[in-house]
Design a protein around this ligand. Structure first.
Ligand code: MD6
Ligand code: FE
Length: 217
């Protein structure tokens, strides 16, 4: 078998790995939607370009971000929050693509969360060297809804910690097409991403894209 054939999405395996209570990695879950996800992503980024936001402490984030959906996650000197407007344009964020919504609902359901209807979608772009420091996701209104996170492009090591910053972290490799669903008792666990290793992905090139879907408002 040639390596090309072996790498074909239809021949890659799908399986589920539990990460913790209410948290799962669905390996390869996004592969069937690869083409539609990538073209929807292009539409979103054309309307709301990726940009490096500034933390409340005044540091430029190494992750480049944009959003789609009714609410977008933003950071600036005033703090972190969800906003209905893109601060770059003053306009509403681009619509949440149907392919994102459908995949998010199916992934949530596969993890036991029925009827997931996100209103916020954050797109993160990592280049080699980019990292995301340990944090909790706590700007959402209702912690009862899960978060669905889609990884595309270069692989990354995701750190899945505990409820306290100092707790030991699990290291989870996330690759192209992997989906993490995370809610319930794991919803407020600390997490982050180690500096992305140098590499070239056959579809996305020298980068990793992570798409997180949430019910924020
Ligand atoms: C990332 N993800 O994988 C960053 N947060 O690029 C997150 O910060 C994240 O993947 C909450 C739930 C799932 C996530
Ligand atoms: Fe997060």
């Amino acid at each position: 078998m040639t390596s090309d054939l072996f790498d074909a999405p239809e021949l890659r395996q799908r399986w589920t790995e539990p990460l913790g209570p209410g948290a799962f990695v669905l390996r390869g879950f996004a592969l069937d939607d690869e083409a539609a996800l990538l073209s929807a992503l292009d539409v979103v980024i054309a309307a709301a370009p990726l940009r490096h936001m500034v933390t409340p402490g005044g540091f430029e984030m190494s992750v480049a971000m944009t959003n789609c959906g009714r609410l977008g996650w933003v950071s600036d000197r005033r703090g972190y929050r969800y906003d209905e407007q893109d601060p770059l344009s003053g306009l509403a964020w681009p619509a949440l693509p149907g392919v994102f919504l459908g995949l998010a609902a199916r992934a949530a359901s596969a993890a036991g969360f029925e009827g997931f209807q996100p209103d916020a979608c954050l797109v993160n772009q990592y280049q080699p060297g980019t990292r995301l420091s340990l944090h909790q996701d706590r700007n959402e209104r209702d912690y009862g809804a899960p978060i669905v996170s889609i990884s595309l492009g270069l692989p990354a090591v995701f750190l899945f910690g505990g409820d306290e910053r100092a707790d030991k972290s699990l290291r989870v490799q996330l690759g192209h097409g992997d989906v993490v669903v995370w809610g319930g008792a794991s919803r407020l666990r600390y997490h982050g991403v180690l500096p992305l290793k140098e590499g070239e992905h056959p579809v996305l090139g020298r980068r990793r894209i992570n798409i997180t879907l949430r019910l924020a408002g």
